[in-house]
Design a protein around this ligand. Sequence first.
Ligand SMILES: [Zn+2]
Ligand SMILES: [Zn+2]
Length: 263
Amino acid sequence: MLKNSSTPQSECAACKKIAPPGVTLMRCSKCKISSYCSKECQKKHWCLHKLHCGKAEYSPPKLVSSLIAERSLRGFIQTAAVLAFGLDKRPPVVDRPLIAECHITIVPDINHIAGILAQMLSPSEIEGGTEGMVQVRSFDAVPEGSDLYTDSRYYNFWLKDIGEESRRLNVTAIVVDFRVNMSKQKISLTLPIPDVVVDLMRPGSDFQTMYGSLSVAGCLRGLNDNIKKDKRNQLMMRVFMSKENVDMYRRLAQISDEDLPMD
Ligand SMILES: [Zn+2]
Ligand SMILES: [Zn+2]
């Protein structure tokens, strides 16, 4: 993993020791960016570094598209959409989009911090950042009489992205405005709701008989639990959170508690 390098950084990424003049720190052989004074320091730092080694850090649009691209997570959001719009009780809407808002936060993973502490790292060694993960806070149907439906941008976005397919397959498609960390910036994506998901939610379906009736909050809880349990980041919902992003999250946490879904 370690390799000598000709143009090193002068500081060990883990212990912050400065290399004495003439001494070249070793660098991570994968990204060639992080420098270390020893193999031990690299090993200690890997639990953090693996999250951004060779990867771009913390991109909300990328996280939102990964969330929708991952089949199991998408299923939870589609199920929440069926419930939020009552799609099990009405024919598919195929001539226009439905619009929903979904709030996402990226939160520091408390278990990860505990893991770091268990390895007895000092605060200065972890201050560079921590592991964060996506959590979905809310999914709301925009009421169909709302002004947003007169905004032609939604119709055009839907038409260009999915309109044709929605008609052909006779399925409802929803334009979801995602907001990450209470940002004003919306990341819009279209989400088709296949019949099989709608059928699962119909009263009296096998699913309903087995699991009882679900709520939107229940779907989000299921989704969030899956992300929490995904320690190996196979769902791509875990990111490296720099100190600046952790601080931003702390400020958000103070103002947004009342927006969290309650049981
Ligand atoms: Zn070191
Ligand atoms: Zn690296």
